[in-house]
Design a protein around this ligand. Structure first.
Ligand code: ATP
Ligand code: MG
Length: 497
């Protein structure tokens, strides 16, 4: 008997959007089952139905042979289903143990029972979390572990992870995979959503591909290539090699000298960084998350004040300028957390106007017509899946939100683009498209500063690479001087690589 059987599941959202069109497949007990699909394919929708958060419009789901009633998450939890969200559902001001106790309360578990269970689970799977620490103070990787433990305390037999690795550093991904393998040994069934084909190959036993709300197929992971999976997802050949010619860099666009910047906690995050970015080139900044890249970028775009040093944009020192002045000088910023660049409850046109209202204001009157037509234009050009520009952006799938943010900034025609994790959470097709856009920008003489923790992305796009480690640039040079291995070592603090 399969652990889960999806039987002709349809989902039509209240606004008429058909997210699932007759999904049927089975997940075997004790397997790690990958779920792949382009942005907007319906992965999260299907998982939210399985977790009882939303109801299907028609169809059925059997869990260990028993038909689900769709009476809300507790129905699902009692049937042994646990979900680890990408946005965690923990209470920040409470300790880990308080969070775990609260979440197990409806099952009739007392604090003492919870404590015992948690200790057993941690022992069994070799995972440690600080139980008395406030959740606020924990790094995301640890919060994710709390979510996993939370599901296990509730005795989950099936664990759903929706893009769990997109918030993790490479080391944390390794640790997560170790834990998942351990859980599989214990007999748990795991559904694992990711856009990274390499992760599918590394951790799953079988994989199901969705495209536009339909199942394209289920394959044994060992019997299918990455290229074939990509083709199944996108419905056409996918290029993994970007064609690009040599850079023809011109004069300097951005010069950072001896820059010192503090992190939120008051400690130095950037310690005397020097960088030069020229028009017509892509400078890639590699590094494990948390080594000062975030603070460096924030100083450059004007949202964090450096303590010492200078940042010259087109020859002008921009230290002390506010972000909107810097923006008007032709610098576009694509932040890595889409929620910082978008207002979720606002529609697409409103989100366009967030940063581009000046372009559509004539004699202090905003032209909604102009803004609407530009929004439609962007949706077309960047193949964003959105049936209306009038709907709140939160109703777009995650990847399409990210694409919109990027499209909004790129289509403004900036000369200098600062992009932080621009393809985070994007499917292969969209990733390919965005990377091509960045190369085209470079070829048309723009300067691109790319911050990415994805080494493949750094190697594929950069003309020059700078590696950051503990607030310093520990290596810098033409991309040809680096290999994946050397980058990995440098990022890990092994000087000289
Ligand atoms: N609350 C909602 N109301 C209306 N439509 C929605 C809602 N949530 C999602 N959709 C739509 O349903 C479709 C499937 O979205 P879903 O979030 O399931 O995709 P996904 O495969 O998880 O994509 P991603 O890889 O980007 O996370 C998309 O077209 C999306 O716009
Ligand atoms: Mg999703």
């Amino acid at each position: 008997m399969p652990a889960i059987s999806f039987e002709d599941v349809y989902k039509i959202y209240p606004d008429g959007n058909i997210a699932l069109k007759g999904v049927s497949f089975q997940v075997e007990e004790g397997e790690i089952h990958g779920l792949l699909g382009e942005n907007g394919a319906g992965k999260t929708t299907l998982m939210r139905i399985l977790y009882g958060e939303i109801k299907p419009s028609s169809g059925a789901i059997r869990v260990f042979g028993k038909k689900m009633k769709f009476d809300g998450p507790w129905d699902a939890i009692r049937m042994g289903i646990g979900m680890v969200y990408q946005k965690f559902s923990l209470i920040g001001g409470f300790t880990v143990l308080e969070n775990l106790s609260l979440s197990a309360l409806p099952l009739g578990l007392q604090r003492e029972d919870v404590l015992h269970r948690v200790e057993d689970i941690m022992e069994e799977i070799g995972m440690k979390i600080p139980l008395q620490e406030k959740v606020d103070l924990l790094p995301v990787g640890v919060r994710q572990r709390v979510e996993i433990i939370k599901a296990l305390v509730r005795d989950a037999k099936i664990l759903i992870l929706d893009e769990p690795t997109s918030v993790l550093t490479p080391l944390e991904v390794k640790e997560l995979f170790r834990v998942l393998k351990k859980l599989k040994e214990k007999g748990l069934t795991i559904i694992f959503i990711t856009h990274k084909l390499r992760e599918v190959k590394a951790i799953t036993d079988r994989v199901t591909v969705l495209r536009k709300g339909r199942v394209i197929g289920t394959r044994v992971t060992n019997e299918v290539s990455e290229l074939e999976l990509a083709r199944m997802m996108v419905g056409r050949e996918v290029l993994f090699k970007l064609e690009r010619r040599r850079a023809e860099p011109r004069e300097e666009a951005l010069v950072v000298k001896e820059l010192w910047v503090r992190a939120d906690n008051g400690l130095w995050a950037v310690k005397g960084v020097n960088l030069r970015l020229r028009y017509g080139e892509i400078l890639g900044i590699a590094g494990v998350q948390g080594n000062g890249q975030k603070e460096l970028i924030e100083a450059i775009v004007g949202i964090r004040k450096p303590e010492r040093g200078s940042i010259k944009l087109k020859g002008r020192n921009l230290v002390g300028m506010d972000p909107s002045q810097i923006y008007k000088m032709g610098l576009a910023y694509i932040p890595d957390l889409r929620s910082t660049g978008l207002v979720m409850g606002m529609d697409l046109v409103g989100n366009l106007l967030l940063t581009r209202i000046d372009e559509f204001t004539i004699k202090s009157v905003v032209s909604w017509k102009g803004a609407t037509s530009e929004t439609k234009n962007i949706i077309d050009r960047f193949s964003i899946v959105a049936d209306s520009v009038k709907k709140p952006i939160e109703r777009l799938s995650g990847g399409n939100q990210q694409k919109f943010l990027l499209a909004r900034e790129i289509s403004r025609g900036p000369d200098i683009i600062v992009a932080s994790e621009p393809t985070h959470g994007l499917d292969v097709g969209a990733t390919e498209y965005i990377r091509k856009q960045l190369i085209d920008l470079r070829d048309s003489g723009k300067a691109v500063l790319l911050v990415s923790t994805d080494l493949d992305e750094i190697m594929q796009l950069s003309d020059r690479i700078a590696v950051m480690y503990e607030g310093k640039v520990v290596a810098e040079g033409p991309a040809e001087n680096f290999t994946l291995d050397r980058l990995g070592l440098l990022m890990g603090g092994i000087v000289g690589g």
